[in-house]
Design a protein around this ligand. Structure first.
Ligand code: CA
Length: 456
């Protein structure tokens, strides 16, 4: 095992979660091999893979035996019990493959650090994740390990020493002004991956010390500093959103300071340069790029006004004001998603209800209000034609809702505990689906979306 899963508490916790599914979904304990069930716990988790790779059964089996749990008699050779278990696994795998579908989320891996945002990208057929770690001043880049079946450390993008000096004096000033929340060491707010052709960049947005772009360097096999972002107008970045219009690459930084100016940056084949200033003095909290009826739009949410909609003007090649979403003050985040060819948005609110709205070809209309006191994030995502919303909460359990196609509403599906959740990010490998729950105060958790067969 590599990376975070070396930690024994990690193993215990993920084991417990796996065991939990096992005990009520599978019948391991009835197979009179209870003392060897540690094995079958791991094996049962191979099942999802076996569905698609029946020829690899023994190999995977061997893998889980030698790397997972401490039952020495199993670790060395194939014995009778092993074969028994193998049969068992095959049986289970078929049930999995053809089950009518009962979904669940279980903890797959725990990363022993805090995070505020998570981004995912694919490069050369591998799946990567960039995690903004506020307390470490670091973007942690993880890679999906096809063999260990977990996310392992790939690279750290650490702010350079020189920039630390800037950061330190800024923190010092901040401490002198006693702005507690900003002084708690949170500087990095986002790590956003950008792919331009076969080049991989990561934009690192910080509260102090400026924001920078790092580029993956093939010869160094790590991310190296590529450019500073011109930030004369950015004072408190809160979000980075990436988008493409007519094959040109842009990103926007939403600025949440009183004097800030949300700004669009454009790729000019040498770097990213500021392209358009959008929105002054409004303390923007989030930006979302979306296609509405074939036209490019940005929605900006703000502390001081209702969300505004900007539309891309093809002639001037700039965003122009296009409308607003009325009666929705103090929105912290806007996300969009498509479901059965319809366009939806979610609006996150810390006070009052968060909303799900649908585009009705003229405007966004509310279809559901979700009580959300203490919510900093409401994230839509979908796996295998199941649509979900993850609603974070700073005060209680976070909630996962699932779309009910008959009632045409999201209904509560599962509650999970995440300390001070700041983002939920869906990450899919070639065969498995996960979401990362970032936590500002606790461990970052990776949940896996699984399909279980209740008929077993
Ligand atoms: Ca955003």
């Amino acid at each position: 095992m590599t990376g975070a899963s070396k930690n024994s508490s990690v193993n215990t916790e993920s084991f417990l979660n796996k065991q939990r599914i096992l005990t009520h979904k599978l019948v391991c304990f009835n197979l009179q091999i209870s003392s060897k069930c540690f094995k079958t716990v791991e094996i049962s988790f191979s099942v999802l893979e076996l569905c698609f790779f029946p020829l690899k059964i023994l190999k995977m089996f061997q893998f889980s035996l030698t790397t997972s749990v401490s039952v020495p008699s199993f670790a060395t050779s194939y014995d009778l019990s092993l074969l028994l278990s193998a049969k068992f696994v095959v049986g289970v795998s078929q049930s999995f493959c053809f089950s009518s579908g009962n979904e669940d989320f279980v903890v797959h891996q725990i990363l022993p650090y805090q995070s505020v945002s998570v981004d995912t990208f694919n490069s050369k057929n591998d799946v990567f994740v960039a995690i903004a770690q506020p307390s470490m001043e670091n973007c942690m880049v993880l890679e999906w390990d096809h063999i260990e079946m977990n996310f392992r450390s790939y690279d750290n993008i650490t702010v350079l020493e020189a920039e630390y000096t800037v950061f330190s004096s800024a923190v010092l000033k901040c401490l002198q002004r006693q702005q507690a929340p900003a002084c708690s060491g949170q500087s990095i707010v986002g790590c956003k991956a950008i792919l331009v052709g076969d080049q991989v960049f990561v934009v690192v947005a910080q509260l102090f010390g400026g924001s920078h772009i790092y580029k993956y360097d093939e010869s160094w096999t790590k991310f190296v500093k590529f450019q500073d972002i011109e930030v004369s107008r950015i004072s408190k970045p809160n979000d980075i959103e990436l988008f493409e219009i007519d094959s040109e690459m842009f990103f926007v930084i939403a600025d949440s300071s009183k004097a800030g100016l949300s700004t669009v940056y454009k790729w000019n084949n040498k770097g990213f340069y500021s392209y358009q200033s959008l929105h002054e003095w409004f303390r923007d909290t989030d930006a979302e790029f979306l296609d509405i009826d074939g036209k490019s739009h940005l929605i900006l949410s703000s502390r001081s006004q209702v969300p505004i909609i900007l539309q891309w003007n093809k002639a001037s090649k700039k965003f122009v004001p296009h409308g607003e979403i009325p009666n929705m003050e103090d929105v912290l985040a806007v996300k969009s998603f498509r479901m059965q060819n319809n366009l939806y948005i979610t609006l996150t609110r810390f006070i009052g209800d968060s909303r799900v709205m649908k585009w009705n070809s003229k405007q966004f209309v509310e279809i559901q209000a979700l009580p959300s006191r203490g919510a900093m994030t409401l994230q839509p995502f979908s796996f295998k034609n199941n649509y979900y919303l993850a609603l974070g909460s700073d005060y209680t359990f976070s909630q996962i809702y699932q779309w009910d196609g008959e009632k045409k509403l999201f209904r509560l599906f599962k509650e999970i505990y995440v300390q001070a959740p700041r983002s939920f990010t869906a990450v899919s490998t070639d065969r498995r689906d996960f979401f990362f729950a970032s936590s500002f105060k606790g461990n970052t958790q990776i949940f896996e979306h699984i399909i279980i067969d209740l008929s077993l």
